[in-house]
Design a protein around this ligand. Structure first.
Ligand code: SF4
Length: 199
């Protein structure tokens, strides 16, 4: 079966550039099923090139948003992300990225300035209000992962990239409110998402 590089949910087109991730979240849909929304998102044949993805996007105005998502962390494919964003914007489309916020650690530099004008929105998964809870829930493979998430969000804000934090509602109201305080200190909004079940 052909690997799934792009898939639609609602009015959006989602891009699956990589299965690599610097977290092993307890709630990750990758661990619940090889399929998500009926799509097989494990890239058995390797990661797609920007050209392969662009060929599948076609006219981006057919979609509300073109979303860099996964089964994986899109900032591992920074060059492809930038190239695809250029293509989408040249044709009047909109872009968003869902990220775990480790992009600077993964790339070894501050990538936020490179994302300015490329992404119309960045959803940074905050997931927890402190490092201890974050490590327990997200089981990161990098050091200082929670600190990386906060500093990445600050860097996005400083570079003028529209961004917000998200948390999954299953962590409970108390922790959600603690996350809201963290978001306030960074100065960006917090969005609360419903837990996604694999199907
Ligand atoms: S950051 Fe996303 S892709 Fe990575 S393990 Fe967590 S939920 Fe899964």
């Amino acid at each position: 079966m052909k690997d799934t590089y792009t898939y639609t949910i609602g009015n959006n087109l989602y891009l699956n550039l990589t299965n690599r991730c610097s977290n092993r979240c307890a709630f990750c849909v990758r661990d619940q099923s090889a399929r998500y929304e009926g799509y097989a998102l494990w890239l058995g044949g390797g990661e797609p090139t920007a050209e392969q993805v662009v060929a599948e996007i076609g006219d981006p105005k057919r979609y509300e948003e073109i979303v860099f998502c996964g089964y994986g962390e899109p900032t591992y494919r920074l060059d492809a992300v930038v190239e695809i964003c250029r293509y989408v914007h040249e044709r009047g489309g909109r872009t968003r990225m869902n990220t775990n916020g480790h992009g600077n650690a993964i790339n070894g530099r501050n990538i936020a300035p490179e994302l300015k004008g490329m992404l119309d929105g960045v959803n940074v998964s905050l997931n927890a209000p402190d490092a201890e809870k974050y490590d327990a829930l997200c089981r990161p493979l990098i050091k200082n992962a929670f600190g990386e998430v906060l500093s990445f969000a600050r860097a996005l804000k400083e570079s003028g990239v529209p961004c917000w934090f998200s948390v999954v509602d299953c962590i409970g109201r108390e922790q959600v409110e603690a996350c809201r305080k963290i978001a306030d200190t960074v100065g960006i909004p917090l969005r609360v998402r419903e837990m996604i079940e694999a199907r």
